[in-house]
Design a protein around this ligand. Structure first.
Ligand SMILES: Cc1cc2nc3c(=O)[nH]c(=O)nc-3n(C[C@H](O)[C@H](O)[C@H](O)COP(=O)(O)OP(=O)(O)OC[C@H]3O[C@@H](n4cnc5c(N)ncnc54)[C@H](O)[C@@H]3O)c2cc1C
Ligand code: SF4
Length: 352
């Protein structure tokens, strides 16, 4: 009944241009489909299903991979086993879901993943019994029922705090990735960090009908130490409930570059760039992480255990997990610091 895949028309274009033309034709009635490991479970729950599904599976241009360029159609398994891409990217890909899901799941689907929440990732029947919520079919939020606007507490019918749960997104923003999109208005390239923005419904700034084509890493990403760690109820299959991706460059014992991508604790992945160069303004709400607030001085300093503790505490203090995915928010918050501390020590002491 409610968990059956709804009927839709499947389109199978062979070029990006044809896929974009189909998306433009069907507008709000169309979705792109890559590996289907996120979109189709959501459709089965009656979550924002569309009548036209445009498969990107047969577009060869999306399947190229090199050390610094990964096509949106490349599978997670291919990324995991590609020895040219930075270690952190391989590790993040290799810890997503399960081996079987990684065979189908793609980079594009992972970066465009929908946000998650206990009150959203449920069957239609379940959501109906609770009166739905802002993110699908309803007009209220069960996680943050009231918010403060201009000093006044009001019913929250505006902001969704569903959790951004992609593992590759925080790792790739730490490595300075750019994303290239093709849409009806042509091609554009944006910093992946700038692409993510907004609440759990908005979550990124994609223009109408755009396809994510590829992700490009800067040359420096090949010369830094990088790694990924995640917290999940079961590491063998579950989504992250906190994740840390780090890009670290040392000059002797001193820090030349430190960028930390924090995942699964906000509505977008969050970048902590200790050079202060790559800064995205948090949406104007106390509900979201401000990565620049109270940042310790790191660049040019020796990466001692004390400095690592300071950085770990900074990440932990700023993290704002909500009670909408498994594991208690205070534990997840603490684990943001623990994962940061462990990974920074491993990278300093001689991982790749
Ligand atoms: C049991 C389970 C566990 C999971 N665990 C994890 C986990 O640990 N970490 C994690 O990060 N994810 C996890 N996932 C989510 C998912 O499997 C992966 O994120 C996967 O990479 C999604 O890729 P896909 O190709 O299957 O996406 P799809 O389901 O095909 O698409 C996902 C979304 O992206 C859009 N999309 C896809 N490709 C493009 C493109 N090129 N341009 C524009 N839009 C596009 C689709 O329209 C859709 O909205 C899990 C899923 C399941 C079912
Ligand atoms: S956080 Fe978003 S998805 Fe969760 S209940 Fe609130 S509105 Fe719904």
């Amino acid at each position: 009944m409610t968990m059956l895949l709804p009927k839709f028309e499947l389109h199978q274009p062979k070029t990006v241009a044809d896929a974009v033309a189909l998306a433009k034709k069907y507008g709000e009635q169309a979705d792109y489909l890559s590996g289907g490991t996120d979109l189709l479970p959501n459709y089965k729950c009656g979550l924002n299903a569309r009548k036209h599904v445009i498969s990107l599976q047969h577009i060869a241009d999306l399947k190229q991979i090199s050390a610094t360029e990964i096509g949106a159609g490349v599978t997670l398994t291919e990324i995991e086993h590609n020895t040219e891409v930075p270690a952190g990217v391989r590790e993040a890909a290799g810890h997503i879901a399960s081996p079987l899901l990684r065979e189908s799941g793609t980079l594009g689907g992972n970066l465009m993943l929908d946000n998650r929440c206990h009150f959203f990732n449920q069957s239609y029947f379940w959501r109906n019994s609770l009166g739905y919520c802002l993110k699908a079919d309803g007009d209220r939020c069960h996680v943050v029922p009231r918010i403060n606007i201009d000093g006044k507490s009001e019913l929250n019918n505006k902001v969704c705090v569903a959790t951004h749960s992609s593992d590759l997104a925080p790792m790739l923003i730490a490595l300075g990735a750019e994303a290239t999109f093709v849409g009806p208005e042509g091609e554009r390239t944006v910093k992946l960090n700038d692409f993510y923005y907004g609440d759990g419904i908005e979550r990124y700034q994609r223009k109408d009908n755009e396809i994510l084509v590829k992700v490009t890493l800067p040359d420096w990403a090949l010369n830094v130490r990088s790694g990924w760690k995640k917290l999940a109820p079961r590491q063998s299959i579950d989504f992250s409930v906190a994740g840390v991706g780090i890009a670290l460059e040392l000059e002797g014992k001193k820090v030349k570059r430190l960028r930390i991508g924090l995942g699964a604790v906000d509505t977008t992945p969050v970048l902590f760039d200790y050079e202060g160069k790559d800064v995205r303004k948090a949406p104007h709400s106390y509900l979201f992480v401000d990565a620049t607030k109270d940042a310790p001085e790191v660049i040019g300093k020796e990466l001692t255990d004390e400095l690592i503790d300071k950085v770990a505490m900074h990440v932990q203090t700023q993290a704002q997990p909500k009670l909408n995915v498994p594991m208690a928010p205070d534990y997840r918050k603490k684990m943001c610091g623990v994962l940061t501390r462990r990974l920074l020590k491993e990278l300093r002491d001689g991982r790749e």
